[in-house]
Ligand binder design. Sequence first.
Ligand code: XIL
Length: 487
Amino acid sequence: MRKTVRLFLCTLLFAVVVTRGVSSRPAFAEEIAGQWHALFDTPGGTQTYHFDFQNQDGEVTVKAVVESGDQKRDVEFEEAKLVGDTVSFVERRSFGNRELRIEYTGKLGEKEITMVRKIGDFGSQESPATRDLPKREPAPTTPVVEVHIDRLIKDAFQDSFRIGTAGDFPARYSDQELQVASEHFNAVTPENCMKPERVHPQESTWRFEQPDALVQWATENKMSVHGHTLVWHAQTDDWFFRDGDREVVKQRMKDHIDTLVGRYKGKIQSWDVVNEAINDGGNQETGQTENLRNSKWMQALGPEFLTLAFKFAHAADPDAILYYNDYNIESGPKHESSMVLLRRLLKDGAPIHAVGIQGHWRTGSVPYEDIEKAILDYSSLGLKVSITELDVTIRGASGGQFGGGFGRRQRGNSTPPSVADLNAQAEAYAKLFAIFRKHEDVIERVTFWGLNDRRTWRFGQHPLVFDANNHPKPAYPAIVNEASRGE
Ligand code: XIL
């Protein structure tokens, strides 16, 4: 008996020693020790983190001085760990009575630590931490070009289509931003707060605080609301699919749609029912097929998942206009696949009324001809079209890939745009709106994905019509001009 106990203790000790050795390789701990600096762009401005990693007998501690504008704060991180070549730690911050948990993981590379910062359930960002202080031009507070507005964009197009903005209004927006949003736009799409992982993080947990506040704010400001999004492969918690057979997953989808669409019946005018179901890329062969993404919805329910989602949404609010929404569906094989898919949905009696072309484009490579043809193609199926997530970046990535652009800050692209950049962007927007106006009988709404160049998922790429300080950019009057051309 005693022998067994001794053997057990020895094994335990050995296990502890081995685990310690693995979890905190001294070489890595030494390499990482000392100062590292990283910049994180936040809606409130850029925050500079001066990290200090210390290592004592395998125990790592992480501290930082964080500069934000002319303010500084000291942070002592918790739960610091070194595992393999990765360090992780946690910052707790409170905003009012809300506790926010910010999780950091840093992977050590040749010269930098790739730092990912996950902010509660608001998403994550990536930024390199380097030994030298990073240099970055601050966003200019005076506009690069002074632009005068003599007609509001929403008024200019009031006889053509609605003009929308996206954001999780009104919480965490300044009064000035709320003013800009309600003055210039007459439609709003919640950027994140109605996505499954946010509004329905667990089967028995619903978070309606932000969605309710958004719908109320929009109603007070006479803006229509476009719900985004019910069925998607991303930003959807795994509980929907866990331990479930076909019937269980189908029931979970139905409950989700019933509750959400039902709650805002009569208050939300249209919904993105299914988002991004088609694979990227493709070729001549896949263009003949629906080429559906192998998502968990697809795995659980097969291609019928789309028809089901539309039927559930229609039953929950028969007056809502129901969309299939996707990116890059205006061009190439993905466009062909979208036509195959839409034809099938219509044939199977799915109550689908419109197609959302997301519209994440880039100055210099906007596929104008494809866009016009796609509008006509969808219209030939009897469907309406909206441009649901419009942004035209000045530089850096475009496309709607979730994961490609999501949360990542493209390096070195945060320098202010030049006058030539701004004019080229204005020209691109004007050409787009000329196409939209020409097809105003088909187009329901054109929504910008974000409010200004600070409130955008393409931060640093200056994609919108207001700059980071809410000054209109040359794109604004260029778009408005298109409304009166030929009047
Ligand atoms: C993006 C949001 O803008 C980000 O804030 C979030 O971190 C990730 O999702 N296509 C979509 C949108 O349908 O929901 C995505 O929004 C952008 C791409």
